[in-house]
Design a protein. Structure first.
Length: 648
């Protein structure tokens, strides 16, 4: 009898498939292989070596070839994948596909991982920093939270803790929320720890990620820096996981399995007896609640350490303004430049204008495939859907009534860039968003030039909102603070508050004269006012009370199921059929079915069902049982999101 292996594939099929191993091939758990699957050839992972064939199977197909010389994962990571599949209600193959690098061969050169380390600097710790380092480093394991204002030295605490863990010959994983922040974090860590640093994020090519994965797997690299998926890095003897800017929604995956890096890190820390240290100036509401309830040990850093102070924040009413830049903000930009300092302007919208409308009949140009308005990108000369990528040419007359009384409303970063060029022709302006930095190295170069003082005004989306640390910045302008407040989502206020506080934190980090201009059409809104005043305790208290009354996290746990189909009727019928599987006595509340706020995306009608309960085990078990007994009709696909961060 030939040797047998069990293989799983990146398919929503929760089972293992048995294959025979050709005599000339040596396979172990952790190898990736090409194998016949029906009429196709699929990439799979070896997850077991059974001693006998499954009962009732007459013919066992052979593995076609081995993809890797050495296994990509061991029993420890296989166990993590099994937990991931169970937690997020997906197949083992889907879980492993999310964890592993996708390259078929390692890169011979990894240009993007070359950096010039900063000079090593010894920084004197404040008493609050020293206490945090001492307490965390002396612990064997456990969860800790570093809560401090922007610029209060959280990174230095992370560095010292990592050094203590590495000195004990244990490994470290350091997570950042955005790829854009990875390079500057790598520079700081490379100055301290040299070539033992590895980088893992989706900005690398698959073969580059595979090369870095190998360095970690072989023990050559013991400190991994990366975005969300780096939480799966095969670090030997893991001793510390760090989650910087823990509040960020980007730590949640938007595709199957829809894992949250924070939950995965918590599981790994417990399973591998490691430390988990999280940090933010604006903790997630879940983390804040755990801190206040005494379930999460925290350390507070309350002062800026580089000579700066918290900036003066002013709210500017945009009602009555005819242009997106208010007169006070324009004047402040000029004063900032005359003082030899720099400005950052933040707007969480790409493009030139975000919808086209007819003033005669009210027509709005929407995407053919999604229930959202198209955004006008002037430089590209196109109307673009930011959800599915659909493109259309701009029009000069209304497609519905033929009227030429048409126009574009709203404004994006492209419009702001054009407005700045008109108002300040003598200043150097650079835009940073996903449209402007598509080419490799563009973002890194722009940030380096801004840091060197070669750029006067940096305008951008969330790329300029997080973690950036520039000594020359005096002024931060938030072009429109209320863009996310009107969204039909229970986290809208929390996200808006966090963004305002985080963006404001880019000003006054080295000099005590920072200024923040917050523009809004809702100047009396409590979320905006409390953020501008820096009143975190008051905002979190109000928001927690609201969540308690409405029955939303952190007082309940949610599981969201989205049923999508080309047919809206099929989508709704499938959701209704699924919702009927839950008896009223089960202790799980069923909300819906109802159309998703974004009812159509990429031509698919979307209907959602929310399952809610104060007890996670109960709602999770009920969801799994229902999914096992539910078979969606042809043409209907089900998306499962455990602990969703957005309900759009």
């Amino acid at each position: 009898m030939p040797e047998l292996v069990e293989v799983v594939f990146n398919l929503p099929v929760d089972r293992r498939f048995t294959y025979a191993v050709p005599a000339e091939l040596e396979l172990n758990t952790g190898h990736r292989v090409m194998a016949p699957f029906g009429s196709r050839k699929l990439l799979g992972c070896v997850v077991g070596r059974p001693t006998e064939a499954p009962a009732g199977v007459a013919v066992i197909k052979e593995i076609l070839r081995r993809v890797d010389e050495q296994p990509l994962f061991d029993e420890r990571l296989l166990g993590l994948a099994e937990w991931l599949a169970g937690m997020y209600l997906c197949s083992l193959g889907e879980a492993l596909a999310a964890m592993l690098p996708g390259g078929r061969r390692e890169a011979s050169e990894v240009d993007e991982l070359e950096w010039e380390p900063l000079p090593k600097q010894e920084v004197a710790l404040s008493s609050a920093q020293a206490l945090a380092v001492e307490r965390i480093s002396s612990a064997a394991d456990g969860f800790f939270y570093l809560y401090g204002v922007t610029g209060s030295g959280k990174t230095e605490v992370f560095l010292r803790t990592a050094a203590a863990v590495l000195a004990r010959a244990r490994g470290v994983i350091y997570l950042v929320p955005e790829i854009a922040l990875t390079h500057q974090v790598v520079e700081v860590f490379a100055a301290r720890f040299g070539p033992t640093v590895a980088v893992l994020h989706s900005g690398l090519t698959p073969s580059q990620r595979l090369s870095e994965w190998r360095r970690v797997l072989d023990g050559e690299a013991r400190l991994v820096i990366g975005a969300r998926s780096a939480v799966f890095a095969p670090v030997r003897d893991l001793g510390l996981l760090v989650i910087d800017e823990e509040h960020e929604g980007s730590y949640k995956s938007g595709t199957t399995p829809r894992y949250h890096a924070r939950q995965v890190a918590m599981h790994r820390a417990q399973a591998e007896k490691a430390l988990l240290v999280m940090g933010s100036a604006t903790p997630s509401l879940e983390a804040w609640h755990s801190i206040r309830e005494g379930r999460l040990a925290s350390f507070s850093l309350g002062e800026r350490l580089s000579g700066g102070s918290m900036p003066a924040v002013r709210i500017r009413n945009l009602n009555g303004e005819s242009v997106p830049l208010s007169r006070p903000l324009i004047a402040e930009i000029r004063r900032t430049h005359e003082a030899g300092r720099q400005t950052i302007l933040f707007l969480n919208r790409r493009g030139f204008a975000y919808f086209f409308h007819c003033r005669s009949c009210g027509y709005e140009m929407k995407c053919r495939h999604c229930s959202v308005a198209l955004t006008y990108h002037k430089q590209r000369g196109q109307m673009v859907c930011h959800y599915c990528g659909y493109r259309s040419s701009p029009v000069t007359a209304c497609p519905e009534c033929g009227s030429v009384d048409v126009g574009y409303s709203g404004f994006g970063t492209e419009r702001i860039e054009e407005e700045l060029a008109r108002l300040f022709p003598d200043l150097t302006v650079r835009r940073i968003d996903t449209d402007a930095v598509r080419r490799k190295q563009t973002l890194r170069k722009a940030l380096a030039e801004f840091k060197a003082g070669k750029i006067d005004i940096l305008v951008g989306t969330q790329m300029v909102a997080k973690g950036l640390n520039f000594p020359g910045v005096k002024l931060v302008g938030i072009i429109l603070a209320d863009t996310g407040l009107r969204l039909p989502d229970f986290r809208a206020a929390e996200r808006t508050f966090g963004l305002i506080v985080q963006v404001s934190g880019r000003a006054g980090r080295y000099h005590p004269d920072g200024t923040v201009e917050v523009q809004t059409y809702l100047p009396r809104d409590q979320t905006i006012r409390l953020a501008a005043q820096g009143k975190l305790e008051e905002f979190y208290g109000r928001e927690l009370e609201s969540r308690r009354e409405l029955g939303f996290p952190p007082f309940t746990r949610l599981i969201r199921l989205v049923f999508r189909s080309r047919s809206a009727d099929k989508s709704m019928q499938a959701a209704e059929e699924f919702a009927r599987l839950f008896p009223a006595s089960e202790g799980v509340e069923v909300l819906g079915p109802v159309e998703c706020p974004l009812a159509v995306v990429s031509g698919n009608a979307r209907t959602q069902v929310l399952l809610r309960s104060p007890e996670f085990r109960r709602v999770h078990a009920a969801a799994r049982l229902a999914m096992d007994s539910f078979s969606p009709p042809a043409g209907v696909y089900t998306e499962v999101d455990v602990d969703p961060v957005s309900l759009l």
